[in-house]
Design a protein. Structure first.
Lengths: 195, 195, 195, 195
DNA sequence: CATGAATGAGACTTCATTCAT
DNA sequence: CATGAATGAAGTCTCATTCAT
């Protein structure tokens, strides 16, 4: 038999990320993905039941991955809530810094999946964000954060901001310096615009 | 005489907003739009050359509209830069408060258009945002705002945040109070999380 | 608008009968049908939701039609049960005599539909056969028919015999004379082989 | 040593019969057959050149088998033509009584093969039936059978009847008693419906 | 001999767009 | 202007067959 050599599933996933990033999910065809992955079109279906599931898998991978690394940030008891929040920002940025295409897919296509049906990945996605919220709640209790902030609103506020900046960067990784972006985000998140 | 020929173009546009909001641009069909607009499918092509141009027009309308109302906020010389920024936030939120569907389309589909080709609307969209940037620059000069902030980054930061919160609200207008969201946004934008 | 001229639905149905007869249902493609009907492939879907439904419609038409003409045979009270059965044989043969292709489709493809799901046409198909059974039951009560015969078995016996003979004829309408076949069927049904 | 290499060809054939009976020839996949046979998909091609040939082989086997046992019935000179015909009916029914799946395949798929190309099995199939015809001709000569009967027509008549009844039974072997069916067939074949 | 991953041709179906009325 | 039937290109997915191991 022809042994499943290499990691064709991973090849396909990476090809899909590139293609989705370039054309958007709906403009991308299975043929494009298979070509990018140097694989026959039909072979994709050995690994994924359909096109949507490929996108799904990309996000599953992303959030599982992110969620797993979460503890590396928060387990350190010496850090203040604010520092831990900074750590989460770093986690996100670090995850994408090697892969701008993934950032673009993340920014553009996640909504397509979010409200469709109960997706398993939603769990880790939401769970990740909710851990962040815990940090904020903690900071409020310690009087380090402003007590009037609505936690859910903050969650969407900062997540939207980060997402949009990732998009800006990913669209043109050479033009914007991700570390500058990162620094600004951390500052604005904590202190806002007003001097 | 033809009774109430009304404004068929507007009917179509409004129908499209609803349909796009519900299914997303690519999942929406011309047939759905025409039905929602109570118009024959072929009639759409009397007003728009193709499907994409409908989306385009939605954004044109949106940003032209927004850009036009801009002066109402900034012409008042008694207001500080910070107050004017608040005014821009209000402008955005007010624009969507009557039309959650438009908010959803705005949030989900704008990216599809942004990097495609030179779109005319991009002008007013960018122009609107850039006026905001002027305000920030002004505030920095007056030492009211933090001087280290990168203007472009701030632009994307706050725009992403607002966009994501509009999405949250539009998805469930009865659950979240847009004014609470608005208040939080204004505060976080200016003072951040830290007490 | 382009008015639905002629009877395109009927054209497609007739084309499908020809194509199905020639290649069998599964070997037939929508493209073949559309070509035979002088219609664009996509147009078929204006009239039928999918390929299987075309086959379905063929049988619906066939059996509804047959069932409707049934009374012309049985309402005549002067006829004996045997004569009425002969009349049913005639009904069947007459239905196909103008359309050998329909006979072939009928013989080859009906089974594909029969056990799939509850098909509406099954009703008229079964109803037609069951009317025949009523005639037999009647004949038995009058002592005109052999009392030991199992009605269901007879139903399948004679129906299978007729079907197979229709196939023989339809495959080569010029070689076999349908009236000769018909005469033999009637005789064998009633008196069997033994002198 | 390779334990029980058994007869893989036979395994595949039997698996195919089951699978074809359940789904029909065209709905059946090579993968289903290989799984049912506990064999790798590719292995099927060591024994059969393609899918159609499997079906072919099933019928070859069936008719060769039937044809071989034929003499057991007709060589007995003490039997009348009518009794010999009964014997042929028995042959057929006995062949299927242990294997309803084979009956279903036989009934549903034989036509697909019959008019395709010159199939070798057609020989034994036709030869078998023609032997039956010889018996009828013989009976006619002896004035035991009705002289007006067209031999070919009778062949298709009785074969269609039997086939349809086998189908009825095979679809639900527990509901219908094959011996009752057999008895009815023999009677109807010889004496018909009329008392 | 045996395996089953890989292939790629081809089928069904959708839908933006056209155009005869 | 308006209509909606008709078009046909294009995309997703299936599956018989091949072939490297």
């Amino acid at each position: 038999m022809r042994i499943k050599e290499g990691n064709k599933e991973k090849d396909i996933l990476e090809a899909a990320i590139k293609v989705f990033a370039q054309n958007g999910f709906h403009q991308s065809t299975m043929a494009q993905i298979s070509e990018q992955a140097s694989v026959a079109t039909g072979s994709i279906y050995l690994y994924f039941p359909n096109k949507k599931e490929i996108l799904q898998s990309i996000f599953d991978m992303l959030w599982n991955n992110l969620f797993e690394t979460f503890d590396t940030v928060t387990s350190n008891d010496k850090l203040s809530p604010a520092e831990k929040l900074d750590g989460m920002i770093d986690l996100l940025f670090d995850r994408f810094i090697e892969n701008p295409s993934l950032a673009i897919v993340f920014v553009n296509e996640q909504n397509h999946l979010l409200f469709d049906d109960k997706n398993p990945f939603t769990n880790n996605y939401q769970r990740f964000l909710d851990r962040g919220i815990e940090l904020v709640r903690n900071g409020i209790e310690r009087k380090e954060f402003w007590g009037e902030v609505d936690l859910t609103i903050f969650k969407y506020f900062i997540f939207g901001a980060v997402r949009n900046l990732l998009h800006l960067w990913a669209q043109n990784p050479d033009k914007y310096n991700l570390n500058t972006i990162r620094k600004n985000v951390k500052y604005l998140m904590k202190h806002g615009l007003v001097a």
